[in-house]
Every structure is written in structure tokens, then in C-alpha cells.
Ligand binder design. Structure first.
Ligand code: ADP
Ligand code: MG
Length: 287
């Protein structure tokens, strides 16, 4: 049987916009020792803006059009920003054979031509040479029929409460904070440093994230728990692998909300420390 005050804790949490799916997760949360974050959409807004277009052998307008069209079926935050910058309606009859390559980018036929849009890893995979890029944001390369046609720089912003969220975790007894990201080393390290995270692993594919979490699970103390916080875009498997999966509920994907044990309704990472605080208080009342 479940102690009544656990329900009290769940009710209190829900009033703060923290949805806890069961009383057992309150107990798990109260022993949170390692908190692992996804970056995009979790610690950053996941709202990218195109900040530079660097064509190579085509016009700026053409480069942006190719990228936006190839991305037309994707829901990835990068894809949304490219389509917004393009700003025009997309005739989906022009697009075919779409293949989303998680952690790397996308491949599609546009007007019958093969277009690849994504990161360094994707260009390496398809054997396309890219030129040295501006590294101030996330670089999105574009290849047309196996030929490099340029890159687009998009920038994301750190959520306003993210730094506070990390600092608060230390106050509620979390020993280690980690960020896992598929993004480039320079971008990931800059964000981690700005937020005061203990550790960062970059350029990870979704499968690599699961592996990193497995490693971290073996490193925690016997009573401690590992929480993973993500928006679910490519990280639903990690959400279910962690002792406790926490998902962003507003901008996050349905898969994340499904796979998670705790859902933050307003996507604010500072709510994690609040949730742990409530769970610890609830435990004191129970025991
Ligand atoms: P994160 O781990 O930061 O949440 P993802 O795993 O979603 O990021 O993506 C990792 C990287 O893969 C992105 O930074 C980007 O370079 C590339 N990528 C993924 N999806 C797309 C896409 N639809 N279009 C372009 N690039 C993409
Ligand atoms: Mg993500």
C-alpha cells in the first residue's frame, strides 16, 4: 500500500507544474544523486534562429531553400528554424524519399535531386568535404547530389533559469550534473561552462547517450539514483533507461511524455530541484 502523504507530495508537485506519474517516483526522486541532461530543448530553448548563410557555389536564397525543403517533414528544432527563416509555403510535391538521420541530420529528394542537411558527421558519412566554418553556433551543412553547396549557422539560447537550475541541484544534494549532446564539441562545452555543469559529452548519437547513461549508472552509490532530463527528441530510450526520466511537457515530444516518469509542464529546468525538494519533504513526513 502507498502511504497517503505520497499522494500529498504528488498533489503539491502538480500545483507547481510538476507531474509525477506515481508515488514510487517520489521516493526515487528523493535519492537523486546524478542528474543527466540533454542539451537542445532541455537546457537551451531549442528555438534556433538562422544567424548566417554561407553559400558555396550557389546563392544564399537557393541554399536556404534547399535546406528548408529537405527538412519540410522534420519536427527537429533545427528544422523548424530553417523553415521559419525560409518563410514561404512549401509544396510537398517537390519532396520525396525523406530519411531522418538521428543525431546527424536529414536526407531527402528535392525536385528529384538528393539533398543532405546536417552536421560534420553526416558530411563525413556521405563523403562530402566541407569548408572550415564559423563556429559561433550550430553549423548545418548542405550537400546537393553529393556536392557541397554551403552551410547555415543557427544559434540557440540557454533557458533563462538553466544556470540557477544547476546551482539549485547542488543545494538539494545532487552530487554530479552531466550534459549529453549530439551537438559539436565547441557548442556543448561553451554551454556546459556557462551553466557550471560538472561534465559534458558531445557529438553523441542517440545510442551513445544510452551507453553514457549505462556507464553513469554503474558509478552511482548504492542508494543513489540517476535522473535523465530530456525533451524526447531522440532521447526517449535514455528517458526510460534512467532510474527516473524527466521530460519537458510543453515543447517536448509525445514520445518523451509517454516514456517519462515525471513531466515538467512549463519546460523549466529549475523545477527539477523543486521536485527533489518536495520529494524529500514528503519522505520526511512518511518516515
Ligand atoms: P541534442 O543531443 O543536442 O538534443 P540531437 O541529438 O537532436 O541534439 O541532434 C544532434 C545534432 O545532429 C544536431 O546538433 C545537428 O547538428 C544534427 N541534426 C539532428 N537532426 C537534424 C536535422 N533535422 N537537421 C539538421 N541537423 C540535424
Ligand atoms: Mg534533444
Amino acid at each position: 500500500s502507498v502511504p497517503l502523504s505520497f499522494f500529498g507530495g504528488i498533489g503539491g508537485a502538480s500545483k507547481c507544474g510538476i507531474l509525477v506519474k506515481g508515488s514510487n517516483y517520489m521516493e526515487t526522486l528523493s535519492h537523486a544523486e546524478i542528474v543527466v541532461f540533454d542539451k537542445t530543448g532541455t537546457l537551451t530553448k531549442g528555438v534556433f534562429n538562422v544567424t548566417a548563410i554561407h553559400p558555396d557555389d550557389c546563392s544564399e536564397a537557393k541554399l536556404l531553400e534547399l535546406a528548408a525543403l529537405a527538412e519540410s517533414y522534420s519536427d527537429h528544432p533545427i528544422s523548424r528554424s530553417l523553415k521559419e527563416a525560409y518563410g514561404m509555403d512549401i509544396d510537398r510535391n517537390r519532396i520525396g524519399d525523406v530519411e531522418e538521420l538521428s543525431g546527424r541530420g536529414i536526407q531527402a529528394k528535392v525536385d528529384g535531386h538528393k539533398v543532405c542537411v546536417g552536421n560534420d558527421k553526416l558530411m563525413e558519412e556521405i563523403g562530402v568535404h566541407w569548408h572550415p566554418c564559423h563556429r559561433l553556433g550550430t553549423t548545418v551543412h548542405v550537400a546537393l547530389d553529393g556536392r557541397y553547396v554551403g552551410h547555415i549557422v543557427i544559434s540557440d539560447e540557454i533557458k533563462p533559469d538553466a544556470a540557477k537550475a544547476i546551482a539549485e541541484l547542488k543545494k538539494v544534494g545532487v552530487r554530479r550534473t552531466v550534459m549529453l549532446t549530439g551537438d559539436a564539441k565547441a557548442v556543448g562545452e561553451k554551454v556546459a561552462q556557462e551553466l557550471g555543469l560538472d561534465e559534458v559529452h558531445t557529438q553523441l548519437l542517440p545510442g551513445d547517450k544510452v551507453e553514457e547513461v549505462e556507464k553513469l549508472l554503474t558509478q552511482k552509490s548504492s542508494k543513489g539514483n540517476l535522473a535523465f532530463v530530456g525533451d524526447g527528441i531522440n532521447d526517449a530510450p535514455v528517458l526510460s533507461r534512467a532510474d527516473i526520466g524527466i521530460a519537458m511537457g510543453a515543447m517536448g515530444s509525445d514520445a518523451a511524455i509517454e516514456a517519462a516518469d515525471v513531466v515538467l509542464m512549463d519546460d523549466q529546468p529549475s523545477k527539477i530541484a523543486d521536485a527533489i525538494r518536495i520529494s524529500k519533504k514528503t519522505r520526511r513526513i512518511v518516515h
